[in-house]
Design a protein around this ligand. Structure first.
Ligand SMILES: *Cc1c(COP(=O)(O)O)cnc(C)c1O
Length: 242
């Protein structure tokens, strides 16, 4: 029971922080979606956030996504009347993805934040010919230019976005980035600002459609900075679960 209370309090705090930050800078909190990242959570904790009304969950590995989403789906079937009406979970794939996993991922997740090569996008496009609605993808950008990080370099992102936008069976809905692992908030902010600028540049380039409207950035350590810099999706795990 103690655990339960803590999760609800933490989730409430995260939501309040987001709302306060948004209002302070003149954004509508309703334009900002929390994706609750479950990779470190127990299934009991995941059930708890679903009971609290969370419908967007994120995983970074297929090995976790598959068993966890199966278990949650079964539990939801059996506990319909305990849950907020018409609860439907959207699983977000947020981690690095190998091409040979694409087919399996698409059975569970229709929104993939971590697309960072043309070949990966082509694979998603290939397996989505008859998928309706089309799977949504975000182009992952390496805003900090750290060599060990995934994501396309900032300088290559516009060209890559143009190419992804021509693929008929998927929908390019925005950009995703991860800030450098640092306590230096200026570095984090600079990274988010760069991603936001890139987003605007791509948006007005004419290469992408109206559906290009998301910036997925901000995690437990930096989500308020991300809200200030224009994030529309926050990926938050440990601030809620640990
Ligand atoms: C784990 C993870 C998160 C969430 O990180 P926290 O610090 O636990 O909030 C966000 N995005 C990605 C890609 C992750 O792998």
């Amino acid at each position: 029971m103690q655990l339960t209370n803590k999760i609800s309090e933490r989730l409430e705090k995260v939501k309040n922080d987001i709302a306060e930050t948004a209002v302070r800078i003149g954004r509508n909190p309703a334009d900002i979606k929390i994706i609750v990242v479950t990779k470190t959570a127990t299934t009991e904790s995941i059930k708890e956030v679903i009971r609290l009304g969370v419908t967007d969950l994120g995983e970074n590995r297929l090995q976790n996504l598959k068993p966890v989403s199966d278990e949650i789906a079964e539990w939801m079937q059996q506990n319909r009347n305990e849950l907020p009406e018409l609860t439907k979970i959207t699983w977000h794939m947020i981690g690095h993805l190998q091409r040979n996993k694409v087919r399996h991922i698409l059975k569970i997740s229709q929104i993939i934040h971590s697309v960072d090569t043309l070949r990966l996008a082509e694979e998603i496009n290939k397996f989505s010919i008859r998928t309706e609605p089309k799977p949504q993808i975000l182009l992952q950008v390496n805003c900090s230019e750290e060599p060990q990080k995934y994501g396309v370099p900032v300088g290559a992102a516009i060209h890559m976005a143009e190419q992804l936008a021509t693929m008929p069976n998927l929908s390019l809905v925005g950009l995703m980035t991860m800030a450098p692992l640092t306590l230096n908030k200026d570095l984090v902010r600079a990274c988010f600002m760069r991603t936001r600028e890139l987003f605007e540049e791509i948006r007005i380039s004419g290469a992408v459609g109206k559906e290009f409207r998301h910036i997925s950035m901000g995690m437990s350590q930096d989500y308020t900075i991300a809200v200030e810099e224009g994030a529309t999706m926050l990926r938050i795990g440990s601030a809620i679960f640990s």
